[in-house]
Design a protein. Structure first.
Length: 355
Protein backbone atom coordinates (compact mmCIF):
# COMPACT_ATOMS: atom_id res chain seq x y z
CA UNK A 1 0.00 0.00 0.00
CA UNK A 2 1.27 3.48 -0.78
CA UNK A 3 2.39 5.58 2.13
CA UNK A 4 0.13 8.55 2.92
CA UNK A 5 2.72 11.28 3.31
CA UNK A 6 0.94 14.36 4.60
CA UNK A 7 3.91 15.94 6.36
CA UNK A 8 7.15 16.96 4.72
CA UNK A 9 10.21 17.13 6.94
CA UNK A 10 13.72 18.47 6.38
CA UNK A 11 16.63 17.12 8.42
CA UNK A 12 19.19 19.76 9.36
CA UNK A 13 22.46 18.03 10.28
CA UNK A 14 22.98 14.71 8.51
CA UNK A 15 25.50 13.10 10.84
CA UNK A 16 25.04 10.01 13.00
CA UNK A 17 21.67 11.03 14.39
CA UNK A 18 20.33 12.88 11.34
CA UNK A 19 20.83 9.83 9.13
CA UNK A 20 19.29 7.63 11.86
CA UNK A 21 16.22 9.88 11.85
CA UNK A 22 15.99 9.56 8.08
CA UNK A 23 15.63 5.80 8.53
CA UNK A 24 13.08 6.22 11.35
CA UNK A 25 10.95 8.64 9.33
CA UNK A 26 11.05 6.15 6.46
CA UNK A 27 9.21 3.68 8.70
CA UNK A 28 6.77 6.22 10.16
CA UNK A 29 3.33 6.86 8.71
CA UNK A 30 2.10 10.13 7.16
CA UNK A 31 5.52 11.77 7.13
CA UNK A 32 8.39 11.83 4.69
CA UNK A 33 11.93 13.20 4.47
CA UNK A 34 11.58 15.93 1.86
CA UNK A 35 15.20 17.01 2.07
CA UNK A 36 18.44 17.37 3.96
CA UNK A 37 20.74 20.24 4.82
CA UNK A 38 24.24 19.87 6.24
CA UNK A 39 27.04 22.44 6.29
CA UNK A 40 29.62 19.74 5.46
CA UNK A 41 29.86 19.03 1.74
CA UNK A 42 30.67 15.33 2.25
CA UNK A 43 27.55 14.93 4.36
CA UNK A 44 25.48 16.58 1.62
CA UNK A 45 27.01 14.09 -0.86
CA UNK A 46 26.23 11.21 1.47
CA UNK A 47 22.61 12.31 1.86
CA UNK A 48 22.35 12.61 -1.92
CA UNK A 49 23.75 9.09 -2.33
CA UNK A 50 21.00 7.92 0.02
CA UNK A 51 18.44 9.39 -2.37
CA UNK A 52 17.64 12.59 -0.45
CA UNK A 53 17.00 16.02 -1.97
CA UNK A 54 19.66 18.49 -0.88
CA UNK A 55 19.09 22.09 0.21
CA UNK A 56 21.99 24.50 -0.36
CA UNK A 57 21.40 26.65 2.69
CA UNK A 58 19.04 27.24 5.60
CA UNK A 59 17.20 30.06 3.85
CA UNK A 60 16.09 27.75 1.05
CA UNK A 61 14.64 25.34 3.63
CA UNK A 62 12.85 28.11 5.50
CA UNK A 63 11.39 29.71 2.38
CA UNK A 64 10.12 26.39 1.00
CA UNK A 65 6.38 26.50 1.71
CA UNK A 66 6.00 22.78 1.07
CA UNK A 67 8.02 22.01 4.23
CA UNK A 68 6.04 21.52 7.44
CA UNK A 69 8.67 20.27 9.88
CA UNK A 70 12.35 20.95 10.51
CA UNK A 71 14.26 18.30 12.45
CA UNK A 72 17.46 19.61 14.07
CA UNK A 73 20.25 17.05 14.49
CA UNK A 74 23.32 19.28 14.59
CA UNK A 75 25.80 19.71 17.44
CA UNK A 76 24.17 21.27 20.50
CA UNK A 77 25.48 24.83 20.25
CA UNK A 78 23.40 25.70 17.17
CA UNK A 79 20.08 24.10 18.21
CA UNK A 80 18.72 27.40 19.53
CA UNK A 81 19.39 29.59 16.49
CA UNK A 82 18.14 26.92 14.08
CA UNK A 83 15.01 26.25 16.15
CA UNK A 84 14.07 29.92 16.41
CA UNK A 85 14.69 30.54 12.71
CA UNK A 86 12.57 27.51 11.73
CA UNK A 87 9.73 28.44 14.09
CA UNK A 88 9.71 32.03 12.83
CA UNK A 89 9.46 30.67 9.28
CA UNK A 90 6.28 28.87 10.36
CA UNK A 91 7.72 25.36 10.64
CA UNK A 92 7.05 22.87 13.41
CA UNK A 93 10.33 21.77 14.99
CA UNK A 94 11.74 18.53 16.32
CA UNK A 95 15.03 19.05 18.12
CA UNK A 96 17.65 16.61 19.27
CA UNK A 97 18.73 16.51 22.90
CA UNK A 98 20.20 18.29 24.76
CA UNK A 99 17.73 20.83 23.47
CA UNK A 100 20.06 23.69 24.45
CA UNK A 101 23.11 24.13 26.64
CA UNK A 102 21.38 26.50 29.10
CA UNK A 103 17.80 26.53 30.36
CA UNK A 104 17.34 30.20 29.43
CA UNK A 105 17.94 29.31 25.76
CA UNK A 106 15.09 26.80 25.91
CA UNK A 107 12.83 29.43 27.48
CA UNK A 108 13.68 31.74 24.56
CA UNK A 109 12.73 29.03 22.04
CA UNK A 110 9.48 28.25 23.86
CA UNK A 111 8.54 31.93 23.85
CA UNK A 112 8.89 32.02 20.05
CA UNK A 113 7.01 28.71 19.64
CA UNK A 114 4.15 30.18 21.66
CA UNK A 115 4.10 33.41 19.64
CA UNK A 116 4.03 31.65 16.28
CA UNK A 117 1.77 28.80 17.49
CA UNK A 118 3.99 26.03 16.22
CA UNK A 119 4.89 22.72 17.86
CA UNK A 120 8.36 22.36 19.34
CA UNK A 121 9.26 18.92 20.67
CA UNK A 122 12.53 17.43 21.83
CA UNK A 123 13.67 13.93 20.92
CA UNK A 124 14.32 12.55 24.41
CA UNK A 125 13.98 9.09 22.97
CA UNK A 126 15.29 6.99 25.81
CA UNK A 127 11.87 7.31 27.44
CA UNK A 128 10.98 4.53 25.03
CA UNK A 129 13.86 2.26 26.15
CA UNK A 130 12.47 -1.02 27.42
CA UNK A 131 14.87 -1.28 30.37
CA UNK A 132 13.55 2.07 31.63
CA UNK A 133 9.91 1.12 31.01
CA UNK A 134 10.46 -2.07 33.01
CA UNK A 135 11.91 -0.17 35.97
CA UNK A 136 9.07 2.35 35.86
CA UNK A 137 6.48 -0.44 35.82
CA UNK A 138 8.25 -2.25 38.64
CA UNK A 139 8.00 0.90 40.76
CA UNK A 140 4.37 1.61 39.81
CA UNK A 141 3.29 -1.98 40.47
CA UNK A 142 5.32 -2.18 43.71
CA UNK A 143 6.81 -5.49 42.59
CA UNK A 144 9.61 -5.08 45.13
CA UNK A 145 7.59 -3.02 47.61
CA UNK A 146 8.26 0.68 48.01
CA UNK A 147 11.32 1.59 45.97
CA UNK A 148 13.65 3.77 48.03
CA UNK A 149 16.85 3.74 45.96
CA UNK A 150 17.62 3.65 42.23
CA UNK A 151 21.01 3.37 40.56
CA UNK A 152 21.11 4.09 36.82
CA UNK A 153 24.37 3.73 34.93
CA UNK A 154 25.83 3.60 31.48
CA UNK A 155 29.49 2.80 31.13
CA UNK A 156 31.78 2.42 28.15
CA UNK A 157 35.53 2.10 27.64
CA UNK A 158 35.95 4.23 24.53
CA UNK A 159 36.37 7.71 26.01
CA UNK A 160 34.34 10.52 24.44
CA UNK A 161 34.07 10.17 20.64
CA UNK A 162 36.71 12.35 18.97
CA UNK A 163 34.37 15.05 17.67
CA UNK A 164 32.56 18.15 18.98
CA UNK A 165 31.51 16.15 22.05
CA UNK A 166 34.98 16.84 23.49
CA UNK A 167 34.55 20.61 23.18
CA UNK A 168 32.81 22.89 25.66
CA UNK A 169 31.72 25.49 23.10
CA UNK A 170 29.62 22.85 21.31
CA UNK A 171 27.95 21.70 24.52
CA UNK A 172 30.17 18.64 24.80
CA UNK A 173 30.69 16.38 27.79
CA UNK A 174 28.78 13.46 29.19
CA UNK A 175 26.44 15.30 31.55
CA UNK A 176 24.91 17.11 28.56
CA UNK A 177 25.02 13.92 26.50
CA UNK A 178 24.03 10.69 28.27
CA UNK A 179 23.18 12.72 31.36
CA UNK A 180 20.10 14.11 29.60
CA UNK A 181 18.76 10.61 28.92
CA UNK A 182 19.41 9.14 32.36
CA UNK A 183 18.13 12.17 34.25
CA UNK A 184 15.06 12.43 32.01
CA UNK A 185 14.27 8.79 32.78
CA UNK A 186 14.88 9.28 36.50
CA UNK A 187 12.48 12.21 36.74
CA UNK A 188 9.75 10.05 35.24
CA UNK A 189 10.10 7.44 37.99
CA UNK A 190 8.49 9.55 40.72
CA UNK A 191 5.98 12.39 41.01
CA UNK A 192 8.07 13.89 43.78
CA UNK A 193 10.11 17.07 43.53
CA UNK A 194 13.87 17.00 44.03
CA UNK A 195 15.17 18.17 47.40
CA UNK A 196 18.95 18.17 46.91
CA UNK A 197 21.72 17.17 44.51
CA UNK A 198 25.45 16.59 44.50
CA UNK A 199 27.83 15.57 41.71
CA UNK A 200 31.39 14.76 40.74
CA UNK A 201 32.61 15.13 37.17
CA UNK A 202 35.49 13.10 35.79
CA UNK A 203 38.10 14.40 33.36
CA UNK A 204 40.28 11.34 32.92
CA UNK A 205 41.00 11.48 29.20
CA UNK A 206 40.49 15.20 28.60
CA UNK A 207 40.41 18.46 30.50
CA UNK A 208 37.84 20.54 28.64
CA UNK A 209 34.60 18.68 29.37
CA UNK A 210 33.47 15.91 31.69
CA UNK A 211 34.07 12.41 30.33
CA UNK A 212 31.81 10.99 33.01
CA UNK A 213 29.99 11.92 36.18
CA UNK A 214 28.40 10.62 39.35
CA UNK A 215 25.26 12.42 40.47
CA UNK A 216 23.36 11.87 43.71
CA UNK A 217 19.78 13.08 43.83
CA UNK A 218 17.41 13.06 46.79
CA UNK A 219 13.70 13.51 46.22
CA UNK A 220 11.29 15.02 48.72
CA UNK A 221 9.45 11.70 49.08
CA UNK A 222 12.68 10.06 50.33
CA UNK A 223 13.70 8.31 47.10
CA UNK A 224 17.43 8.52 46.53
CA UNK A 225 19.18 8.02 43.20
CA UNK A 226 22.68 7.56 41.93
CA UNK A 227 23.17 8.33 38.26
CA UNK A 228 26.52 7.52 36.75
CA UNK A 229 28.10 7.79 33.32
CA UNK A 230 31.60 6.54 32.59
CA UNK A 231 33.69 6.30 29.45
CA UNK A 232 36.71 4.50 30.93
CA UNK A 233 35.01 1.39 32.33
CA UNK A 234 36.46 -1.81 30.91
CA UNK A 235 34.09 -3.78 33.13
CA UNK A 236 30.60 -2.35 33.46
CA UNK A 237 28.34 -2.23 36.50
CA UNK A 238 24.67 -3.11 35.91
CA UNK A 239 22.53 -0.68 33.89
CA UNK A 240 19.96 -0.59 36.74
CA UNK A 241 20.12 -1.55 40.43
CA UNK A 242 16.83 -0.90 42.21
CA UNK A 243 16.12 -1.44 45.91
CA UNK A 244 12.65 -1.73 47.39
CA UNK A 245 11.32 -2.51 50.84
CA UNK A 246 10.59 -6.10 49.73
CA UNK A 247 13.21 -6.87 47.13
CA UNK A 248 15.95 -5.87 44.73
CA UNK A 249 16.03 -5.75 40.94
CA UNK A 250 19.00 -5.74 38.61
CA UNK A 251 18.94 -5.12 34.88
CA UNK A 252 22.40 -5.79 33.53
CA UNK A 253 22.18 -4.26 30.11
CA UNK A 254 20.00 -3.27 27.15
CA UNK A 255 19.62 -7.01 26.44
CA UNK A 256 17.38 -7.00 29.55
CA UNK A 257 19.31 -9.76 31.29
CA UNK A 258 18.99 -9.53 35.05
CA UNK A 259 16.71 -10.69 37.82
CA UNK A 260 14.32 -9.72 40.55
CA UNK A 261 14.71 -11.20 44.01
CA UNK A 262 11.90 -10.49 46.43
CA UNK A 263 10.59 -11.57 49.78
CA UNK A 264 8.25 -14.53 49.75
CA UNK A 265 5.43 -13.01 51.76
CA UNK A 266 3.90 -16.48 52.36
CA UNK A 267 6.91 -17.60 54.39
CA UNK A 268 7.48 -16.51 57.96
CA UNK A 269 10.79 -14.77 58.66
CA UNK A 270 13.72 -17.19 58.39
CA UNK A 271 16.65 -16.33 60.63
CA UNK A 272 19.83 -16.21 58.49
CA UNK A 273 22.53 -18.77 59.18
CA UNK A 274 26.13 -17.60 59.64
CA UNK A 275 28.35 -18.14 56.62
CA UNK A 276 32.11 -18.28 56.28
CA UNK A 277 33.17 -14.98 54.66
CA UNK A 278 36.87 -14.43 54.10
CA UNK A 279 38.60 -15.01 57.41
CA UNK A 280 35.44 -14.64 59.44
CA UNK A 281 31.81 -15.53 59.94
CA UNK A 282 28.83 -13.35 59.17
CA UNK A 283 25.11 -13.62 59.68
CA UNK A 284 24.36 -10.05 58.59
CA UNK A 285 25.81 -10.54 55.10
CA UNK A 286 24.52 -14.10 54.56
CA UNK A 287 22.31 -14.39 51.44
CA UNK A 288 18.57 -14.70 52.07
CA UNK A 289 17.40 -18.32 52.30
CA UNK A 290 15.93 -20.00 49.21
CA UNK A 291 12.55 -20.55 50.89
CA UNK A 292 12.17 -16.92 52.01
CA UNK A 293 12.73 -15.39 48.57
CA UNK A 294 11.28 -15.59 45.06
CA UNK A 295 13.61 -15.16 42.09
CA UNK A 296 12.25 -14.16 38.72
CA UNK A 297 13.74 -13.05 35.41
CA UNK A 298 13.15 -9.59 33.97
CA UNK A 299 9.91 -9.65 32.00
CA UNK A 300 9.38 -7.75 28.76
CA UNK A 301 6.91 -4.88 28.57
CA UNK A 302 3.52 -5.86 27.14
CA UNK A 303 2.64 -4.40 23.73
CA UNK A 304 -0.13 -2.20 25.17
CA UNK A 305 2.26 -0.62 27.68
CA UNK A 306 4.71 0.63 25.01
CA UNK A 307 4.20 4.39 24.53
CA UNK A 308 3.02 5.81 21.23
CA UNK A 309 5.82 6.05 18.64
CA UNK A 310 7.60 9.45 18.55
CA UNK A 311 6.70 10.69 15.04
CA UNK A 312 3.15 9.39 15.35
CA UNK A 313 2.78 11.37 18.56
CA UNK A 314 4.38 14.46 17.01
CA UNK A 315 1.84 14.50 14.18
CA UNK A 316 -1.02 14.04 16.64
CA UNK A 317 0.30 17.02 18.65
CA UNK A 318 0.47 19.12 15.46
CA UNK A 319 -3.13 18.13 14.73
CA UNK A 320 -4.18 18.87 18.30
CA UNK A 321 -5.33 15.34 19.09
CA UNK A 322 -2.65 14.32 21.60
CA UNK A 323 -0.42 15.70 24.29
CA UNK A 324 3.32 15.70 23.53
CA UNK A 325 5.09 12.50 24.60
CA UNK A 326 7.99 14.75 25.58
CA UNK A 327 6.61 17.75 27.40
CA UNK A 328 8.69 20.95 27.25
CA UNK A 329 8.26 21.59 30.98
CA UNK A 330 9.88 18.20 31.61
CA UNK A 331 12.69 19.06 29.19
CA UNK A 332 13.23 22.33 31.04
CA UNK A 333 13.34 20.49 34.38
CA UNK A 334 16.09 18.18 33.09
CA UNK A 335 18.16 21.20 31.97
CA UNK A 336 17.69 22.89 35.35
CA UNK A 337 18.74 19.70 37.08
CA UNK A 338 21.87 19.53 34.89
CA UNK A 339 22.66 23.14 35.79
CA UNK A 340 22.31 22.30 39.49
CA UNK A 341 24.62 19.30 39.04
CA UNK A 342 27.29 21.40 37.30
CA UNK A 343 27.00 23.90 40.14
CA UNK A 344 27.24 21.19 42.82
CA UNK A 345 30.31 19.66 41.15
CA UNK A 346 32.02 23.02 40.82
CA UNK A 347 31.35 23.99 44.44
CA UNK A 348 31.91 20.43 45.70
CA UNK A 349 28.76 20.82 47.77
CA UNK A 350 25.33 19.37 48.22
CA UNK A 351 22.89 21.84 46.68
CA UNK A 352 19.50 22.07 48.38
CA UNK A 353 17.12 23.11 45.64
CA UNK A 354 13.52 22.25 44.93
CA UNK A 355 13.40 21.12 41.31
P1 LIG B 1 27.38 14.36 14.20
O1 LIG B 1 28.62 15.14 14.43
O2 LIG B 1 27.48 12.95 13.75
O3 LIG B 1 26.45 15.12 13.14
C1 LIG B 1 26.18 16.49 13.21
C2 LIG B 1 26.02 17.01 11.76
O4 LIG B 1 25.56 18.36 11.84
C3 LIG B 1 27.36 17.05 11.00
O5 LIG B 1 27.20 16.36 9.80
C4 LIG B 1 27.63 18.54 10.81
O6 LIG B 1 28.30 18.82 9.60
C5 LIG B 1 26.22 19.10 10.81
N1 LIG B 1 26.10 20.51 11.17
C6 LIG B 1 26.80 21.22 12.08
N2 LIG B 1 26.35 22.50 12.16
C7 LIG B 1 25.36 22.60 11.24
C8 LIG B 1 24.51 23.65 10.83
N3 LIG B 1 24.60 24.86 11.37
N4 LIG B 1 23.61 23.41 9.85
C9 LIG B 1 23.53 22.20 9.26
N5 LIG B 1 24.30 21.15 9.61
C10 LIG B 1 25.20 21.35 10.60
O7 LIG B 1 26.55 14.47 15.54
P2 LIG B 1 25.38 13.49 16.00
O8 LIG B 1 25.93 12.38 16.80
O9 LIG B 1 24.50 13.16 14.84
O10 LIG B 1 24.60 14.45 17.02
C11 LIG B 1 23.71 15.43 16.54
C12 LIG B 1 22.71 15.78 17.64
O11 LIG B 1 21.99 14.60 17.97
C13 LIG B 1 23.35 16.27 18.94
O12 LIG B 1 22.52 17.22 19.53
C14 LIG B 1 23.39 15.02 19.79
O13 LIG B 1 23.41 15.28 21.17
C15 LIG B 1 22.13 14.32 19.36
N6 LIG B 1 22.14 12.87 19.53
C16 LIG B 1 21.05 12.31 20.08
C17 LIG B 1 21.00 10.94 20.25
C18 LIG B 1 19.77 10.34 20.84
O14 LIG B 1 19.76 9.17 21.18
N7 LIG B 1 18.70 11.11 20.97
C19 LIG B 1 22.08 10.13 19.87
C20 LIG B 1 23.18 10.74 19.27
C21 LIG B 1 23.20 12.13 19.11
Amino acid sequence: MEKNEDYRLVIVGYGGMGSYHARLVEQAERIQVAGVLDIAQYRQELAKSHGHTIYDDLQSVLSDDTIDIVLIATPNDVHKELAIAALQAGKHVICEKPVTIHSQDLLDILQVAKEVERVFMVHQNRRWDEDFLIVRQLIQQQTIGDVFHVESRVQGANGIPGDWRQLKAYGGGMLLDWGVHLLDQLLLLTDSKIESVSAELSTILNTEVDDGFTARITFKDGLTALVEVGTTNYIKLPRWYVKGSQGTAIIQDWDLSGEIVRKNLDVAHVEPKPIQAGRGLTKTMAPPSEESTIRSPIERIAEQDVPEEFFHNFIAVVEGTAKPAVDNEQVLRVLRLIEALFEAAEQNQIIQREL
